[in-house]
Design a protein around this ligand. Structure first.
Ligand SMILES: C[S@@+](CC[C@H](N)C(=O)[O-])C[C@H]1O[C@@H](n2cnc3c(N)ncnc32)[C@H](O)[C@@H]1O
Length: 323
């Protein structure tokens, strides 16, 4: 396992490389992006594959925002890793911020009977609805809590914080909640990189996905603007406004808020841009003392281990599974 310095160095080199590609305009064009991603993320991806095998080779091996099926497969893949890591644990709590329907939280509760799973979301309606579908069953070790992850109220020391596609800065808040509660395990798939820091602008590109999203924006523009101005916790927060990016001290030496938001504006059409935002998150977690693995919008962070399977805050079985 790479020590803190190694993983910070690895992240900083990758970040510098991808920022170089962005500044040179080597984004958006599929062939160019592929070369850049392979060159700068190869080492981090190998590190992931050594620890957590089984990621399906997909057309976009590094990022997944184009289409729901890859995201669904990645969530299933991450849940299998979580179960592998926590199987046999008793009495701890898993918190799943921005859980929407609570389907992933319920699934984890079913597969990890010894743990309590708390699904939290700023809105309770979707979870309530899901719980009332006649053919769904809510396990006894699952509980829903209304909570704003920008100002989290969930008490106690979670054994794991997990999130599956928490939009934009919600992913950052979930990470900070894990850091702040000294949680030994964070598993996260990031999503909607475009909206970090309160950004709602998209660089116009001719591709289909970009056009669909621009149309979606046209429909939701007023609502998005209101949410951003209201800053009442629904998707946006002043705690995570533009000037709070980049998140990591390392990235602050390589870039600035203005450039990160420019990167975000292009994040819809560019794997490189999404990866730059994620590398900053990777560095932020590493700086907070975690061993971090990052690949294709997915993060697994564990509090640096002293001996195999023993964390500073307790124990859980660390099992590398060939998924
Ligand atoms: C688009 S959904 C994420 C969907 C997710 N990718 C999935 O597949 O389940 C975003 C969710 O975040 C929730 N949300 C928005 N702001 C929040 C906040 N401040 N704290 C917690 N949840 C929030 C919304 O209510 C919504 O349920």
């Amino acid at each position: 396992m790479a020590g803190g310095k190694d993983q910070l160095e690895m992240g900083a080199v990758a970040m510098e490389g991808l920022l170089g590609e962005f500044r040179a305009g080597n984004i958006y064009e599929r062939g160019l992006e592929k070369i850049g991603l392979k060159r700068h993320l190869g080492e981090l991806s190998r590190r992931w594959d050594e620890k957590f095998a089984g990621l399906l080779a997909e057309p976009s091996a590094y990022s997944s925002s184009k289409g729901l099926p890859p995201q669904g497969r990645r969530d299933e893949y991450l849940k299998r890793i979580i179960v592998g890591l926590l199987e046999g644990s008793e009495g701890g709590m898993i918190v799943n911020p921005a859980c929407v329907w609570g389907r992933h939280s319920r699934d984890l509760a079913r597969r990890l009977r010894g743990l309590n799973v708390v699904g939290s979301d700023i809105r309770g309606a979707w979870d309530w609805l899901y719980g009332h579908i006649p053919w769904t069953r809510t396990p006894a070790n699952y509980q829903f809590m209304r909570d704003d992850i920008f100002n989290p109220k969930v008490q106690g020391a979670p054994s794991a914080v997990v999130s599956f596609g928490a939009c934009a800065s919600l992913s950052d808040a979930a990470m900070d909640y894990a850091i702040g509660s000294h949680c030994p395990l964070l598993v996260c798939r990031a999503c909607c990189h475009l909206y970090i820091g309160g950004n709602t602008d998209i660089v116009k590109r001719p591709d289909f996905w970009n056009r669909v999203s621009r149309f979606q924006h046209f429909i939701f523009a007023k609502r998005l603007a209101k949410l951003r101005e209201r800053a009442d916790g629904h998707y946006f927060s002043r705690k995570y406004s533009a000037e709070h990016y980049p998140r990591s001290e390392t990235a602050k030496r390589l870039t600035n808020s203005k450039e990160v938001i420019e990167v975000a504006r292009d994040a819809l059409s560019s794997d490189i841009c999404r990866s730059i935002i994620d590398l900053d998150r990777y560095l932020h977690l590493a700086e907070a003392g975690y061993d971090v693995w990052y690949r294709a919008e997915m993060f697994i962070a564990q509090i640096a281990t002293n001996t195999a399977g023993t964390t500073e805050r307790g124990c859980f079985a660390v099992v590398d599974r060939n998924l």
